[in-house]
Write a protein that binds this ligand. Structure first.
Ligand code: MLT
Length: 205
C-alpha cells in the first residue's frame, strides 16, 4: 500500500493494454472480484482497491445514511479520491491511462457511475452490475466517447428497474453509449451477467 492515497489494493499485471478497475460491493474486499476480472478478460491487468469506509465492519466505497440513501458529500470526496488513485496507480504500474474499464458490483458499481459523472476522464468504459443513480451532477459531463454496460436483476429487491433505467437515461443524456440488460435474478450476480458482459467487453476495441 502506498500511503498518500491509502487504498489497500490488489494488482495483477496483464498482457494487453486494458486495465479492469474492479470495485467490490458492500462487505467485499480487494480480493473478491479478481476471479471475475479474469473471467471477463484474461489478458487485462486488474486493479482492485478496497473501499475505505467501514459500515458495521463491512467495507464500502462511500458512506450511506440508509439503504439507497447516500451521503452525497462523502460520495463526491470518495469519488475524487478513487479517481486520483486510478491516475496515480496507472503511472506507478505503467498502465495505459486511457484503457481503464471500471467494473463494479452494487456499491462498487455506484461509485463507478459516480466516477463517470464527476471524473469522466478516468474510465473509458464501465460495466455496472446492479447499479443505482449515485447522484445527479449540476452539469452533465461529456461522455460521448464512453461506453457503458449495465446489468440489472429483474427481481432485485434493492434496485427497482425504474432506478436502473433512470441511471441509463442520465448517462445517455451525457452522450454515453449505454447497453442495459436485465436478468431473471435478484441483487446477486449471475453467471449469465458475467457471460453477457464478457461478450460486450470483447466488442470494445
Ligand atoms: C449496497 O448494498 O451496496 C447498496 O445496494 C448499494 C450502495 O449502498 O451503494
Amino acid at each position: 500500500m502506498r500511503p498518500h492515497l491509502g487504498f489497500i489494493h490488489e494488482f495483477v499485471p496483464g498482457t494487453s493494454k486494458r486495465t479492469l478497475l474492479l470495485l467490490h460491493g458492500t462487505g467485499g474486499n480487494e480480493h473478491d472480484l479478481i476471479s471475475l476480472g479474469h473471467e471477463l478478460d484474461s489478458n487485462a491487468a486488474l486493479l482492485s482497491p478496497r473501499g475505505k469506509i467501514l459500515e458495521n465492519g463491512m467495507s464500502r466505497f462511500f458512506r450511506r445514511l440508509a439503504e439507497g440513501i447516500f451521503d452525497l458529500e462523502d460520495l463526491k470526496k470518495r469519488t475524487n479520491e478513487l479517481a486520483d488513485f486510478v491516475v496515480a496507480e496507472a503511472k506507478h504500474y505503467k498502465l495505459a491511462a486511457d484503457q481503464v474499464v471500471a467494473v463494479g458490483y452494487s456499491n462498487g458499481a455506484n461509485i463507478a457511475a459516480s466516477m463517470l459523472l464527476l471524473r469522466p476522464e478516468t474510465p473509458r468504459a464501465a460495466i455496472l452490475f446492479r447499479a443505482m443513480v449515485p447522484l445527479v451532477p449540476d452539469k452533465l459531463p461529456d461522455l460521448s466517447s464512453v461506453r457503458v454496460w449495465i446489468g440489472g436483476g429483474s427481481n432485485d429487491p434493492i434496485i427497482p428497474i425504474s432506478e436502473t433505467n433512470r441511471l441509463a437515461e442520465i448517462l445517455r443524456n451525457a452522450g454515453a453509449d449505454v447497453t442495459v440488460r436485465y436478468f431473471p435474478a435478484g441483487h446477486e450476480l449471475t453467471p449469465a451477467d458475467v457471460e453477457i458482459a464478457r461478450e460486450w467487453l470483447m466488442t470494445l476495441e
